[in-house]
Design a protein around this ligand. Structure first.
Ligand code: TYD
Ligand code: MG
Length: 464
């Protein structure tokens, strides 16, 4: 029988080592390995297991009504959280430093407090004066939010538990909170996990909703929000490209709602402004239509969203052609280029290709394939696409264009913004089409629509 061996856990990154050493190989921390108890060999403990207390198993159905959700009044936030924050739940907001997490949460708390709720904001990063100054600039300083500045989890919990639990409490940021029970430095995995665990337990026991703010870090000294994602009920990411004022709040996990919703904000001099009609924003100025731009009628959660896809196809200098993509998947672009060549005979793969989703948005939908392909072909042949057209449909490896879900919703949005034609997959259902439908069956038909002669058919003709 194998002998149970002691293991050594790094208190900084959580890596497990079979042997003690002065330095953790995983994170490079010095003197961070601590021996953990000897694990009993599997199966051997059954005979010796201590007797446990029995608990009743109950039915799934319940007569209890779910407690009402806590709406903040900031519609973009409420929608992404799945229709308001659930009492007793824990929510994690992750994002790059400087993207606007503190700004967003301060605004959310202020809006909630103004509606009569109780909200507590605890900052571990900024001094009270700094937070007040920011609130003043954002014109929310008169909202009845209770403010605290603390980093010790013991202090925070004693403070919170001394009075009636607030409806919402925000901790900014989880990486600054630490407990004296651990020797590890603040910001390490062990500290972040312990603090999050205690705060989540506080939420469950008190009924207060806890919002944890977490910085996303690139491989570094402080632990990222990934380390606590499994502890919380919902995870929202706040994203934005540098140099753009748009910010997108996206749900990536939600035990109480859908995860494909986004909220769109614009960073202004007075904090974040909600963007109720993001299509107009991401479309930009479309008075002049140049080759290489196509409008994708997309869908983010329940909401249609029109975005401009921009492509530039240029002759390659030498060697391997360049590929640069912003806002879309590089692998997917490679696939579309391959299909254009193999099924459409276009010969585009040898060129440099640049692809950009306007406005700094990230598009994940396969339905964007048709718009990307159209933009690429349009730039390749140097001919603008038909004006006032939107594109959507998934392209398969065989070169077929496949229908995308929720066509009706996409087309309605396009019609609302003044488009007249939708280029869609053959078989796209539309009862009350607000637009003229142009149905394409495969990549060849898409090519001829975009002004390229169908290469393969031309070759075929030459062969005959
Ligand atoms: P912040 O909320 O501090 O980011 P995070 O908490 O995610 O680190 O936001 C920082 C940025 O937001 C900062 O670069 C300045 C900008 N900002 C504005 O443009 N307008 C404003 O009203 C505020 C408060 C911040
Ligand atoms: Mg901050």
């Amino acid at each position: 029988m194998a002998r149970a061996a002691a293991t050594f856990a790094c208190q900084s990154c959580g890596a497990i080592h079979p042997k003690w050493s002065g330095k953790c190989d995983a994170c490079g921390g010095w003197n961070t390995l601590v021996e953990e108890g000897v694990a009993a060999p599997l199966g051997a403990g059954a005979a010796k297991r201590a007797k446990g207390r029995r608990f009743a198993l109950e039915e799934l159905k319940t007569e209890d009504r779910a407690p009402p959700r806590r709406l903040t009044g900031i519609a973009e936030f409420d929608r992404v959280s799945g229709g308001g924050i659930v009492p007793g739940s824990a929510l994690l907001i992750g994002g790059d430093p400087g993207v606007g997490k503190s700004t967003l949460i301060l605004q959310v708390l202020a809006a909630y407090a103004r509606r009569g709720g109780t909200a507590v904001y605890i900052s571990g990063e900024e001094a009270m004066a700094q937070v007040r100054l920011r609130a003043q600039r954002m014109e929310v300083a008169n909202a009845p939010v209770q403010l605290g500045s603390a980093t010790s989890i013991e202090d925070i919990l004693s403070t919170l538990e001394s009075g009636k639990p607030p409806d919402i409490v925000a901790i900014d940021s989880i990486q600054t909170i630490w407990t004296s029970a651990l020797e590890a430095a603040p910001g390490t995995i062990a500290q972040v996990r312990t603090a999050s665990f205690d705060l989540v337990r506080y939420a469950k026991s008190s009924g207060a909703a806890v919002i944890l703010i977490g910085h996303v870090t690139k491989e570094g000294q402080i632990a990222g929000p990934k380390a606590v994602e499994h502890l919380v009920d919902a995870v929202l990411y706040f994203e934005g490209e540098r140099g753009h004022q748009f910010r997108v709040l996206r749900a990536v996990k939600n035990r109480f709602g859908p995860t494909d919703e986004i909220g769109v904000f614009e960073m202004t001099g007075k904090g974040l402004a909600e963007v109720a009609n993001p299509s107009a924003l991401f479309l930009g100025d479309r008075d002049s239509v140049s080759p290489g731009t196509a409008v994708f009628a997309g869908l983010e959660g329940t909401r249609p969203l029109l975005v401009e896809i921009q492509a530039l196809v240029a002759p390659a200098g030498f060697g391997t052609p360049r590929r640069a993509v912003v806002g879309w998947d590089t692998g997917r672009l490679a696939m579309i280029l391959a299909v254009l060549d193999a099924r459409g005979g276009l010969g585009i793969s040898a060129s440099d290709v640049y692809l950009n989703v306007a406005g700094g948005l990230k598009v994940n939908e396969p339905a964007a394939d048709a718009a990307v392909a159209a933009a690429l072909v349009s730039s390749f042949v140097g001919q603008p696409l038909p004006k006032e057209s939107v594109f959507f449909g998934e392209i398969s490896l065989s070169g077929d264009v496949r229908p995308a879900p929720q066509a009706e919703l996409r087309m309605k949005e396009a019609a609302k913004l003044g488009f007249s034609t939708a280029v869609v997959a053959a078989g796209t259902k539309s009862e009350a089409a607000a637009l003229t439908l142009v149905q394409v069956r495969d990549i060849g038909e898409l090519l001829s629509l975009a002004g390229a002669e169908h290469g393969r058919s031309r070759r075929d003709r030459l062969k005959q």
